[in-house]
Write a protein that binds this ligand. Structure first.
Ligand SMILES: [Zn+2]
Length: 455
């Protein structure tokens, strides 16, 4: 086919919509799986995914600290846990999309040889299953040497090729592309106003001042870049020279960010004012949470492990036994109300709620996609040129990485999207609140829920 003109993407009749049609903002609930057993995982996701119909995926541990905890391996790092087949299936179904590091070593640092065997065991198992994990989530404090060093925790060794705790090669094999390294923020990111938002502009100025002070007092490694304050992701080079996309999570509590993120902090993090601002600013929000906090024990909630240990000393319970749990009231009323409100915004097509891996992949494709338009008098062709992926270098994107992308077009019914030699399947949308028409690629698939129904 001969095309008469080559147009720049900046021309008004074809442009990339900020979010998939019809949404105007994006939210993912991103949970650290600390102190969670299988039954609690099922109960919580039944409530979120089945009752509220919110597509929420979770994280997993490689190695457990407590006998009742859900993980691939027992405490000894060698014995496969009874939860392993459940985790295999949950990962394949998209109910789990993140690795909360190779294991929970909050009590004592890992033995380096066992750690490497553990990392290789999990990686080989997942590769055999045909599963890929794209997200790594930092866990806990320093006995956890498997973490990746970052500006807040520079003692970690997971990405240091000279350390016996080096395991980042397995992360690479597993397909890890996005890492949370501990950055928390309490405003929407990658908004349509970006750095020009007056509130953010003030914070950027304060941050610059803080960075100068850090340089003067010899704490250069603590410098926070302005991208960390404005963008959902920022490219980060690890000590083994691998580049990943680090991302920031959202957390807000009136008493400050030192509070533990749990099921009882949703009332602050997702209050209606937060969602309103998110929609006005057309931003991204990846919520920092621990879905199994407060811990449940015999139907009661415990804010921290210390209170459970005190009861154990008095002989009321045994932390080394199987955990008996009931989940009568997982989310108290104020937290349930904000979750219902979020679900309503999602079901009304206002806020796109999706598993973290989908939101991050979408962000990456939206930001780094290169495309152009060719047209003749009959139709327009949007040609996908490449993805300037900072973690791999420029490459042709997979079709599933383009899921959800939506192009405004004045003639959507005469427009096609082409990747390589293939015209992709699109749907035509009615006009949105800007009055413009668009065409979309299908959204990424939702987590399968059979495991929650059958277990
Ligand atoms: Zn953790």
């Amino acid at each position: 086919m001969q095309y008469s003109k080559r147009l720049k993407p900046s021309r008004p009749f074809v442009s990339l919509r900020k979010f998939p049609f019809p949404y105007c903002a994006g939210v993912a609930i991103c949970s650290d799986i600390d102190d969670c057993n299988r039954q609690t995982f099922i109960d919580i996701h039944r409530l979120l995914n089945l009752a509220l119909k919110l597509p929420v995926a979770d994280s997993f541990f490689g190695r457990k600290r407590w006998p009742w905890q859900m993980a691939y391996y027992e405490n000894d790092c060698r014995t496969i846990s009874a939860d392993a087949p459940f985790l295999d299936q949950a990962i394949q179904d998209g109910l789990i999309d993140s690795l909360h590091t190779w294991g929970d070593f909050q009590d004592a640092r890992p033995d380096s040889e066992s750690l490497r065997k553990l990392a290789s065991g999990i990686t080989n198992r997942l590769i055999r299953n045909g599963s890929q994990i794209k997200i790594w989530i930092h866990h806990g404090t320093l006995p956890n040497y498997q973490n990746i060093a970052n500006r807040l925790h520079d003692g970690c060794r997971g990405d240091d090729p000279g350390s016996p705790f080096y395991t980042a090669e397995f992360m690479q094999k597993l397909g890890i592309k996005f890492c949370w390294l501990g950055e928390l923020i309490d405003w929407p990111l990658s908004t349509h106003r970006g750095n020009f938002n007056p509130i953010i502009f003030r914070r950027l100025a304060v941050n610059t001042f803080k960075n100068v002070v850090k340089c003067f007092i010899g704490r250069r490694q603590r410098i926070r870049s302005s991208k960390m304050l404005t963008d959902l992701c920022y490219p980060q080079q690890l000590r083994n020279n691998q580049t990943i996309l680090a991302f920031s999570r959202f957390f807000y509590h009136p008493d400050g960010q030192q509070q533990v993120a749990s099921r009882l902090t949703y009332r602050h993090c997702l209050k209606p004012q937060v969602l309103e601002r998110l929609m006005v600013e057309q931003g991204y929000l990846i919520l920092y949470t621990h879905l199994a906090f407060p811990r449940l024990w015999n139907g009661e909630m415990f804010a921290d492990i210390k209170s459970l240990r005190k009861l154990e000393k008095k002989g009321y319970l045994n932390l080394q036994s199987s955990q008996k749990q009931t989940s009568a009231n997982l989310f108290p009323h104020p937290d349930m109300e904000v979750l219902k409100n979020l679900a309503q915004h999602y079901h009304l097509g206002k806020i796109w709620v999706t598993p973290t891996v989908n939101l991050l992949t979408y962000w990456m494709s939206w930001h780094y996609l290169k495309w152009h338009v060719e047209e003749n008098k009959h139709r327009q062709v949007i040609i996908i040129d490449k993805l300037d992926d900072p973690t791999t270098g420029p490459r042709q994107p997979d079709e599933n990485e383009l899921a959800g992308l939506c192009f405004y077009s004045s003639i959507p019914e005469k427009t096609v999207i082409r990747l390589g030699n293939k015209d992709l399947k699109v749907s035509i949308n009615p006009h949105d609140n800007t009055g413009r028409y668009s065409l979309s690629l299908a959204l990424p698939p939702l987590p399968k829920l059979d495991l929650l129904k059958n277990e």
